[in-house]
Design a protein around this ligand. Structure first.
Ligand SMILES: [Zn+2]
Length: 459
């Protein structure tokens, strides 16, 4: 009897007494986030109406990872313009409460499609939103937050043994939009005369089941997801790339994240055929890494089943506060409706005695997967200089993601900040920030934080 009881006890306890897994555990879950109602589309301030239906479904996709020490993290990819700060903060709080995930274990990315919905409190000066639209946006954003939490739960419940491999491929369609006038691009391509800088690498993380079947493909590219500017829901070239990969690998989930593509565009553009073509090029780049021979630079190497995750909220400094005279000038000196809305709002705030914040809490993240795979994730819309710089600093195999966790405006390098233009400071206005540029130390502050974080995950 006593022996039977012991046997029963040992059977009941066996799941707890199992040794830790000797492999990665990976779980994937997805949710359709196509708005059911005609919300305003995020991204182009020139639009005059809300969405007119769907061209392609929009998704959030979550990959949960757990290493042999039981350390967990999640990466979300999404067909959105960017995750606003408020949604990031709410979601992190909910994920901590429900799943004990700290912010350094959470990476929320956005594909920067310009055919996705406006989210709560983001870029409101850019669009002519009425009360009804704000109400729809608030409702959609609350549902969006709920879906992230539910889908994370499903991805964690799906955790199962997996093998990870990682590396980089190549796709050449991103064009530096500051240094190549859009109308001249076809000719410049013909002449081989496009000017950089650009980053044409395609980071790939492939997740395989023990039986060799592909479970997930996480991949990135540093190029604005703006082939299309119509008024229909669409994942743009990144959506086409994910559809193509999921078609050629039934059962696998394809997930796209943006690189440092702030100053890069898919050119030429504005035609569905081009979005599809760029998607196919990107999907082909990913496929090529999966079959690359071991002696090729795009061969994917095994990722040992341990990782370290880190995050720092860096205090970035805004440039000078716009004066009343400057705001009056913005207001009267333009026909641009979003500039007028911005100037009017700030003038009212100034007159009511509001103190504008002088700093912004900016998320920088670094994860080390296994010994040799490093992922750096930056908030905002970083220009490509950051990608190229961190590859020089940490090795060409480093993955650099932009548009992570909080997209508040563009993130220029010091070079782009000094050159000026939209990415250098102009975009602060549609983003509604209380300055027309960052302070000169923006690149230094981000570089120091990234260096600290990479060191912390390398020890
Ligand atoms: Zn952008």
């Amino acid at each position: 009897m006593f022996r039977n009881l012991l046997l029963l006890l040992s059977l009941l306890m066996s799941p707890l007494s199992l040794p830790a897994a000797s492999t990665w555990l990976a779980g994937v879950a997805t949710a359709n986030i196509t708005p059911p109602e005609p919300l305003w589309l995020a991204g182009f301030a020139s639009r005059t109406n809300a969405a007119e239906g769907k061209f392609m479904d929009l998704w959030i996709k979550i990959l949960a990872l757990e290493d042999t020490q039981g350390h967990r993290a999640i990466i979300m990819t999404s067909d959105t313009l960017g995750i606003p700060q408020g949604i990031y903060q709410h979601t992190c709080a909910a994920l901590k409460e429900k799943f004990h995930l700290e912010p350094h274990q959470i990476l929320l990315t956005a594909s920067h499609t310009h055919c996705g919905p406006v989210l709560r409190n983001s870029l409101y000066d850019a669009y002519p939103l009425d009360d009804h639209q704000i109400e729809l946006i608030n409702k959609y954003s609350a549902d969006f937050e709920k879906k992230i939490v539910e889908t994370t739960g499903k991805a964690i419940a799906d955790l199962a043994p997996a093998r990870l491999v990682g590396g980089q491929g190549f796709a050449g369609f991103a064009v530096n939009r500051r240094n190549n006038p859009e109308a001249k691009v076809p000719k410049l391509i013909e002449e081989g005369a496009l000017k950089g800088p650009s980053d044409h690498s395609v980071p790939v993380l492939a997740v395989y089941l023990p039986d060799g079947k592909l479970k997930a493909l996480l991949f990135g590219y540093a190029c604005h997801n703006t082939t299309l500017g119509f008024d229909k829901w669409s994942g743009d070239y990144a959506g086409f790339a994910q559809l193509a990969l999921e078609k050629s690998h039934p059962g696998a989930t394809a997930m796209f994240f943006m690189g440092c593509g702030g100053d890069q565009n898919p050119l030429p553009r504005r035609r569905v055929e081009l979005a599809e073509r760029y998607g196919q090029m990107l999907a082909a780049a990913v496929e090529e890494t999966l079959i690359a021979p071991t002696n090729s630079s795009s061969h994917l190497s095994s990722v040992a089943p341990h990782f370290k995750t880190s995050l720092e909220m860096v205090t970035l400094n805004f440039g000078p506060v716009p004066t009343e005279a400057e705001l009056e000038q913005i207001h009267s000196g333009t026909n641009n409706a979003s500039h007028k809305r911005y100037a009017e709002r700030l003038l009212n705030e100034l007159k009511s005695g509001k103190q504008f914040p002088r700093t912004y809490s900016y998320p920088v993240q670094a994860w080390r997967l296994g010994e040799s795979h490093l992922l750096i994730a930056l908030g905002g819309e970083p220009v490509v200089d950051y990608s190229l710089k961190f590859k020089r600093q940490f090795g060409p195999q480093t993955w650099i993601a932009g548009y992570c966790n909080d997209v508040m405006t563009y993130i220029p390098s010091l070079r782009v900040l000094k050159e000026g233009g939209y990415e250098g400071g102009g975009a602060m206005v549609p983003y509604g920030q209380p300055a027309t540029r960052w302070a000169d130390d923006v690149e230094d502050l981000i570089t120091s934080a990234v260096t600290r974080l990479v060191q912390s995950v390398s020890n």
